[in-house]
Write a protein that binds this ligand. Structure first.
Ligand code: TEU
Length: 569
């Protein structure tokens, strides 16, 4: 009954379980807490809930290190709680996406325990085991099989004394990479996916799925003088075998299933051209990609914590390029932030109290009137901000902690690391959701695993839900607009005024209905160029960030600072 591409009209809400809602007072969010808050999602009107990993896990990378794919970690509840979540979400008209993390497992997964037990283990070849470099003594600096650095600092290889070989881990040493060239690995993963579909879930967000095909021979990466490690990323990202594996997965898992699913391929480094191939419906790989170009723009040569200035035109250029590139074939996810990125309003908007709400609504207006499937990351719909971290003890995330350790050991003072950490540490988006002005923001009755952000008394759900003009109500209106207006979900896109320094403008069109989005990026009012408004005299203001903005555009062709309008004719 659902159209195959039902997700083109959908909005996804991302829940990071440990920070969403805690029902039992242990300071960590859980499934019963989430079940109790489903009304919030229904109120917002979202169609899909992407649930971050809740599987059994030692939590080295907050659940992205999975020890048992077919059980729930007691930290979050039980399998029965998950079944109930699926059923209750469905009652609310919300489909559930599980996080599928199969580039790697935990080192505590039974597969890896078996694999590391001896060189002769039946599962030895399920992971990437290699001897020390020729002529080197295993475990000594420089003896690693190649020069790859991991995403989370240090070598991508871990020495295993007992069996005298190294294993590969692109992420932490507790996240060994699975060997996808082994058909037994692939079959085990597909069987696990079928098991979840049979349990009633509606699809998967596939973690770093474009990294599963490793390059032949695992060659050294490029390494400049002074670099601690060689460049692993260009060698492991989007190798040709990824397409083969995804097509096989489609055949083995989805092709014969009677229900409508959604598959999202999270793919760091993927280009728009590559994305069009991955999401061409005729190729039967994934429904949409989740790409990184626009969030990687501010990274300098020293990596993500090395920040370089990035203005709106650069950001706009990039996102509009994706709009044009995927105009005919392919589909993209639209997002400003998630659990790996800083908060949208702090990064791309203006989190000064005077401008925060306006800029949050302006950002949302642009994202939610573009072509693609928008994602709302928990708390974004309230305009939650980054956190003023000040000491190493403020951090919980393994990426930030490893970076602090590696750099301070190399002699860099912590004060010099702080600006980068404040700007992009993943912990910015991982503090608990602000439900109310109560202690710990109503997230828990206990001590939260990471402190609640200090501004929760001003920014919280209780103060916004049902309150006209709030950030939440603006998001709700944008979700409604996507559901009701085919020009938003299916229309063509025409970028406008691409040389303007503050105005982000584009037109959507579908079967004669036209929409015009105008957004002012910055505190200064923007005079809208007359040629853009030609023909729009008297058009309906379908969705302004404020009544004032609508009047100002209609009467004076001026968009006030950090405001936006959507016109319809
Ligand atoms: O992240 C994908 C990824 O590429 C990360 O390197 C991301 O770019 C990084 O966090 C930015 O600093 C996914 C998950 O979303 C992330 O939470 C996991 O840590 C990672 O995979 C490993 O599973």
């Amino acid at each position: 009954d659902l159209p195959r591409d039902w997700w083109k009209r959908a909005v996804v809400y991302q829940v990071y379980p440990r920070s969403f809602a805690d029902s039992d007072g242990d300071g960590v969010g859980d499934l019963r807490g989430l079940i109790g808050r489903l009304g919030h999602l229904q109120r917002l009107g979202v169609d899909v809930l992407w649930l971050g990993p809740v599987y059994r896990s030692p939590q080295d990378d907050n659940g992205y290190d999975i020890a048992d794919y077919q059980d729930v970690d007691p930290l979050f509840g039980t399998l029965e709680d998950l079944d109930e979540l699926v059923a209750r979400a469905h009652e609310h008209g919300i489909r559930l996406l599980m996080d599928l993390v199969v580039n790697h497992t935990s080192d505590e997964h039974a597969w890896f325990v078996d694999s590391r037990s001896s060189r002769g283990s039946d599962r030895r070849d399920w992971y990437w085991w290699r001897p020390p470099r020729e002529g080197c003594v295993g475990g000594e600096p420089g003896a690693e099989p190649n020069n790859w650095g991991s995403f989370f600092s240090g070598s991508a290889w871990e020495w295993d004394e007992a069996t005298g070989e190294y294993y590969l881990h692109l992420f932490s040493r507790k996240q060994p990479d699975l060997n996808w060239t082994n058909p037994a690995v692939r079959e085990a993963v597909y069987a696990m996916m079928r098991w979840w579909l049979d349990r009633g879930v509606d699809g998967f967000r596939m973690d770093v799925i474009n990294l599963i095909d490793k390059p032949e021979g695992l060659p050294d990466g490029e390494q400049q003088l002074g670099d601690l490690w060689g460049q692993m990323f260009p060698l492991v990202a989007t190798n040709p075998g990824v397409h083969d594996h995804l097509q096989e997965m489609y055949e083995q898992v989805f092709a014969d299933h009677p229900r409508a699913f959604l598959t999202v391929g999270e793919m760091p480094g993927v280009t728009a051209e590559q994305a069009a191939r991955f999401t061409d419906p005729d190729r039967r790989e994934v429904d949409m990609v989740f790409q990184f170009e626009h969030v990687d723009l501010g990274s300098g040569p020293g990596g993500k914590f090395d920040r370089v200035p990035m203005g709106m035109p650069h950001l706009r250029e990039n996102l509009m390029h994706w709009q044009v590139e995927l105009a005919d074939v392919g589909w993209n996810s639209l997002y400003w932030d998630n659990h790996d990125q800083p908060r949208a309003v702090s990064r791309f908007g203006d989190d000064d109290p005077v401008w925060r709400e306006r800029s949050a609504k302006t950002l949302a207006t642009v994202l939610h009137t573009l072509r693609g499937t928008p994602y709302v990351y928990q708390g974004e719909e309230l305009g939650m901000t980054n956190v003023p971290f000040s000491s190493p003890a403020d951090f919980r995330d393994i990426e930030s902690l490893n970076y602090i350790r590696e750099q301070t050991e190399a002699g860099v003072p912590f004060e010099d690391l702080l600006p980068g950490l404040r700007a992009v540490s993943r912990d910015n988006a991982r503090t608990p959701v602000h439900w109310s002005a109560a202690p710990h923001a109503g997230f828990t009755t206990g001590e939260p695993w990471i402190p609640v952000a200090p501004n929760h008394a001003e920014i919280n759900a209780e103060a916004q839900v049902g309150v006209e003009g709030s950030v939440f109500e603006h998001y709700r209106a944008l979700v409604d607009l996507r559901h009701e207006e085919p020009a938003v979900s299916h229309g063509s896109v025409t970028p406008l005024a691409m040389d303007h320094a503050q105005l982000w403008a584009f037109e959507r069109e579908h079967e004669g209905t036209r929409l015009l989005t105008l957004a002012a990026f910055g505190r200064e009012p923007v005079a809208v160029p007359p040629e853009i408004l030609a023909g729009w005299e008297g058009a309906e203001a379908a969705l302004p960030t404020s009544a004032r903005a609508a009047v100002s555009v209609a009467d004076d062709r001026v968009l006030p600072g950090w405001e936006a309008v959507v016109l319809r004719r």
